[in-house]
Write a protein that binds this ligand. Structure first.
Ligand code: NAD
Length: 484
């Protein structure tokens, strides 16, 4: 099955921070892939804008190297790369100064879609927004894309929203959470709302509990100082895990439209119960052989910041009353894995002998690696030996089910940038959603800070601290294995 590529309208995309790490690793290689697949029209233009003083030729060289490094070899076609680089230009601007802005204005065309990607530190968002207006560069239909972190608590998020709102309407602001751009995340909505099979069972009556895991193998080395100011709750839970929770728990929107979907997600966040002390386990990874501990990486011997967190969360509404959502995320874990797993209840009555064995159905939605969906069902074990039951997976790894093209789906960033050009905000966070998420997380962080809680220490390449296992055991449940 070959996916259909529908070209977007011609656009001028300005990447502030066009010489930065995110632009180099994700944004620019992704745009090349969209160009190669025919989704980025030939007359689209990409304008790099950053503080580095260089000309367009030097930036093209930088982008060419980024493509060599981050685009798969079989997708690198010299003629196409040359044509892509031909769509690029560069302007030196200082977000805090006056230089370069008139030159940037001269680059913009009057009648193409206009988008500005703020791939710079959030402390510069206000300066960029202000200058895009004072230099009369941004039109009233321009779009801006802003990166995480969107604040570090409710107060700072509100301040950031207010700053952007001085110059841009909400419908122009695209707050990016790349988890929402993953193929499987959208498939979660297709599974739920395009099949009659699942939605009737998608509630507390049939779902025992839900587990959402985002496990990373890497530590925080390299950016330990920055990470130590934030921790797993701010860096991962408040945005990525809560977004996944919302999409799993939300009511069916009336239409697959930006505000219908985002209204439903917001209702979930507002229905989250405050957490009690024993609903949260935090951890820090220990040193292991030559590998430093979290505190070594953070260069803070007395750090109380968590590199792991596990939480028991309740969505206090009619649909989910009594069904816990367990969230966990951590660094230096056994494997790199992101998944949402729905554990259904057992049938109310078993007609089979106890020794036939039976396990409840489990639906797992895997975001990485190998995006796919897997449903475990119980069948009779084939062959003689009477009625013995066994679990088998109905596996829908996209590459297996839909052919090799399905494995070649756009990366989250490139998909989301195309959505910006199309003007579709469905997979972007609205300002009130972000604020509501902070309003829920702030008191949890405040509570452990006030108590002076010390994170538990856990082994590297493990599933986190013992205390996280105990939290589940107390509830008579187990975490899923973290494996590749
Ligand atoms: P970076 O430090 O590598 O790059 C920063 C860019 O901003 C550079 O191009 C630099 O020239 C430009 N810049 C700095 N000060 C400027 C000024 N005064 N005027 C104009 N340009 C200026 O940062 P990054 O890793 O690319 O991150 C960019 C943004 O994306 C940050 O908000 C970060 O939190 C976010 N983000 C990054 C990643 C990642 O993987 N790198 C992931 C998620 C979010």
């Amino acid at each position: 099955m070959v996916s259909r590529v529908i070209p977007v309208d011609p656009f001028d995309l300005v990447i502030f921070g066009g010489t930065g790490d995110l632009a180099r690793r994700k944004i620019l290689p992704g745009l090349y892939r969209r160009f190669r697949d025919g989704q980025m029209p030939p007359d689209a233009r990409i304008i790099g804008a950053a503080r580095t003083d260089q000309d367009s030729a030097a930036w093209r060289l930088f982008v060419g190297e980024a493509i060599d490094e981050f685009v798969a070899e079989n997708a690198r076609e010299p003629e196409l790369i040359a044509a892509f680089l031909g769509r690029l230009s560069y302007v030196t601007v200082d977000a805090k100064g006056e230089g370069g802005w008139s030159a940037l204005k001269a680059e913009m065309r009057p009648d193409t879609v206009q988008a500005f990607y703020f791939s710079v530190a959030p402390s510069l968002f206000g300066d960029l927004a202000e200058r895009l207006h004072s230099f009369e560069i941004a039109r009233s239909d321009a779009r801006i894309v802003v990166e995480k972190p969107f604040g570090r608590d409710l107060e700072t998020a509100q301040a950031l929203n207010a700053t952007l709102a001085e110059h841009f309407d909400e419908h122009q602001i695209y707050r990016i959470d790349h988890y929402l751009g993953k193929e499987t995340v959208q498939n979660l909505m297709a599974i739920r709302f395009a099949n009659i099979l699942f939605e009737p069972l998608w509630n507390a009556q049939y779902v025992d509990h839900v587990q959402i895991t985002v496990a990373e193998e890497v530590g925080v080395g390299g950016r330990g100082g920055y990470y130590d100011q934030s921790g797993a709750m701010r860096d991962m839970v408040q945005n990525h895990l809560m977004q996944l929770l919302c999409l799993t728990a939300m009511e069916p929107p009336s239409r697959y439209e930006p505000d219908s979907v985002r209204d439903e997600k917001l209702k979930v966040i507002r229905a989250l119960q405050p957490l009690k002390g024993d609903d949260v386990v935090r951890g820090q990874y220990k040193a292991s052989g030559d590998l430093p501990s979290y505190r070594d990486d953070a260069e803070n011997a007395s750090s109380l910041t968590e590199s792991f967190i596990a939480m028991r969360v309740h969505v206090a509404n009619w649909r989910w009353n009594g069904t816990p959502f367990y969230l966990r995320t951590g660094k230096r874990m056994k494997a790199r894995l992101s998944e949402i797993v729905i554990h259904f209840k057992e049938p109310p009555h078993s007609i089979f002998d106890e020794d036939a064995g039976s396990r409840p159905n489990v639906l797992s939605i895997r975001l990485q690696p190998d995006e796919g969906i897997d449903l475990s069902v119980t069948i009779k074990e084939p062959g003689p030996g009477g009625m013995r039951l066994v679990d088998v997976p109905l596996d829908m790894t996209f590459a297996d089910a839909l052919g090799p093209e399905a494995a070649d789906v756009p990366d989250a960033y490139e998909r989301l940038i195309m959505d910006v050009i199309r003007g579709n905000q469905t997979l972007f966070m609205r300002g009130d959603e972000v604020e509501a998420a902070w309003a829920w997380t702030d008191p949890i962080i405040e509570a452990w800070t006030k108590r002076g809680d010390k994170p538990a220490q856990y082994d590297q390449s493990s599933a986190g601290p013992e205390e996280a296992m105990m939290m589940m055991h107390k509830d008579g449940r187990r975490w899923r294995e973290i494996s590749k």
